[in-house]
Structure formats: C-alpha cells, structure tokens
Design a protein around this ligand. Sequence first.
Ligand code: GLN
Length: 214
Amino acid sequence: MSGRYHVPAVLSRPDVAGEGAIGVLALQGAFIEHVAALTEIGVATREVRLPEHIAGLSGLIIPGGESTVIGKLMVKYELDSAIRSFVADGGAIWGTCAGMILLANDVGRDQPLLNLLDIDVERNAYGSQLASFEEDVALPDLGIADLRAVFIRAPVVARVGPNVRIEARDGRGNVVAVSCGNILATAFHPELTADRRLHASFAKHAGQAAAAVS
Ligand code: GLN
C-alpha cells in the first residue's frame, strides 16, 4: 500500500498470538495497558497497527487516547474499513473512552469515525483533565457490580439509538457504557485498575461470537 510507513516486525508482532486472540489497536493511547490486562488473565493478544494484523482475531479493543489522532491514523493505515469489515463478519469490538468516541455515529464535530454504533457522544463532557475522577459503576446485564471506573476527559453518551442497550450510568445519571450485538463501548478506562472482570467478560463474549461465526 502506498503512503504508509514501514512498521518494523518487532513492533507489530502479528504472530505472537494465533487464532482467536484479542487485538488491541496500537496506534496511540493506552494500548499497552489493555495488552497487560488481557495477558494477566491469560488471554492471547496482538497489537494491531495494520489491516493484516486483524486476521484471525476474535475481538478488538480500541483504547483510550486522543480520538482525533487515532481516527486520522486509522484512515491513513486503511484500518477504518478493515475494522468495519471485521465487525460486519461477526468480530467483537470494545471501545474505551476515545474508543467509544470512534465507534459512535456522531460526536458533534467533523473527525474520522467508524460509525459502528448508533449513539451520539459528547466529548470531554466532564470538563478538562483536571476534572478527571473515579467512581464505582454497575453493569448489571454483564453481571458486574461495583466496578471502579476511571474517567479521564471522558465522553458521555448523549443519545442512544433504539437498538442500543444502556449498560451503565454514572452517579449523575449520564450513560457511560452501551452495547449493541458484538459492540461494547465504555466512557471509562477499566485497564487502569486491577479489576479484570470487564476484560474477562469481553474476551468470553468475543470467543463465543467467533465460535458462532466459524
Ligand atoms: N478526550 C479524549 C477525546 O476526546 C478522550 C480521552 C480518553 O480517551 N481518556 O478523544
């Protein structure tokens, strides 16, 4: 492909995990923390930097970071269309914070989005970096209570489409986690705490989704 940088094999390591691994989009942001979280619970992972790194994955995590930067790099490396095809083929996807923004249909401004989830998102809804905070949230449909949620310049979901399920709200009533089929989005950063329940839940769901497709 023209116009893209050479990515050294030592950085891309697409072979470290075989079929059914969970990929972590590794363009910018908190991807190392997701890789570490999955590794901790024994889930095979692969850092995804190019479209060919997606082959054979059961799930993909889009980390927090800067959604404009991640979005632009996604387009540059043709990962946007590859990720859409992955999800259309039954792959599971989970966006955290900036990842949630990238999954959305509308964020009120012009930036590259995946448009995979029928939600509108308000970026930086709680204010600046200084307004970052932590609180416990519950995701009852996933069987998870008292999950410490870290919000860092986090978005909130301002509109939820008819097929989208609300998974969690913050203490003020804002929607901070949603799902639709194989797509999960959380406004907070579960990879920054020691609680691995959400990673385990996503890995299990992704494995079941992959088994159902194959
Ligand atoms: N505020 C960032 C954005 O709009 C997201 C912050 C995060 O991912 N922690 O992209």
